[in-house]
Design a protein around this ligand. Structure first.
Ligand SMILES: [Zn+2]
Length: 270
């Protein structure tokens, strides 16, 4: 389309009466190129496009997602507002993965980190990208603070010793202690806020966590979601897709309400 436009421009340079239509074609061409380029997925944080694994839901929920990126996004919602704002599938995923997760000691209540979350990411660039994605796509609901030591409460990232469930070399997992065999549970105080350090293990001799996921930071995004409080997997949160639309919306709800919020009432009749 653009090449046709340029040919036409050469042929009609002396016909002023055609200037207006040519300009319309020219700017229409530029607009179409810009639109096309905006639709190409990129790994740059500012143009990140979340994936969805559920057919037919992306379009509708992308509109919902955009509406949540308003400046007022940090306002804490009341339970009634949650019910009004979020569709049932979001509440169901949150309940299954956090509120009634078997390792949640405050069953029926949300448990999570207070923000900003201290993270020692040891300079791993894919982790930098991942936390940028979380901060940008949640509209600042989830924020991190990079530190160069292992904080008492927060996240630290270790490269090279990830394990599968069977103990063999894996792509990524989380634990409560430095030992990659030490297992994982959600450790919270009375308020529902996490009160310990979570270890995120990335990659092993049998798995390059950078090339394994849909994008270079997908495995990191997945493991960070576990560290942030999501236990059980669900469609859109299975391992290699990273920060999918389902994961993004679910974890945004978790971090929009204060830790320790009693939401057992919204988990019934799922
Ligand atoms: Zn997982």
């Amino acid at each position: 389309m653009c090449s046709i436009h340029h040919q036409g421009r050469k042929r009609t340079t002396t016909m002023n009466v055609h200037i207006l239509p040519r300009q319309i074609v020219r700017w229409g061409c530029i607009a179409l190129v810009a639109l096309f380029c905006s639709l190409i997925p990129s790994d740059e944080p500012n143009s990140f496009i979340p994936l969805s694994t559920v057919d037919g839901k992306t379009q509708t929920d992308a509109h919902w997602l955009l509406s949540t990126q308003a400046p007022s996004v940090n306002v804490v919602d009341t339970p009634e507002e949650i019910l009004a704002l979020y569709p049932e599938w979001v509440r169901r995923l949150l309940c299954e993965s956090n509120v009634f997760y078997s390792q949640n000691p405050l069953a029926g209540k949300t448990v999570r980190f207070e923000t900003p979350i201290d993270i020692n990411l040891h300079g791993i660039p894919q982790v930098v990208d991942a936390i940028n994605h979380y901060e940008a796509l949640t509209g600042g609901v989830i924020t991190f603070r990079q530190v160069d030591f292992d904080p008492l409460v927060g996240i630290t990232v270790i490269e090279g010793d990830a394990e599968n469930r069977d103990g063999g070399p894996g792509c990524g997992h989380v634990t409560c202690q430095r030992d990659p065999h030490s297992g994982f549970s959600l450790r919270v105080g009375n308020t529902g806020a996490f009160n310990s350090l979570v270890y995120v293990h990335l990659g092993s001799k049998r798995c390059d966590f950078v090339s394994e996921g849909f994008r270079p930071c997908s495995i990191v995004e997945h493991e960070l979601a576990h560290a942030l409080g999501l236990g059980n997997h669900f469609p859109g949160f299975t391992g290699i897709e990273g920060l999918s639309l389902e994961l993004l919306v679910t974890i945004t709800v978790l971090y929009r309400v204060p830790p320790g919020t009693d939401v057992a009432w919204m988990c019934v009749n799922d």
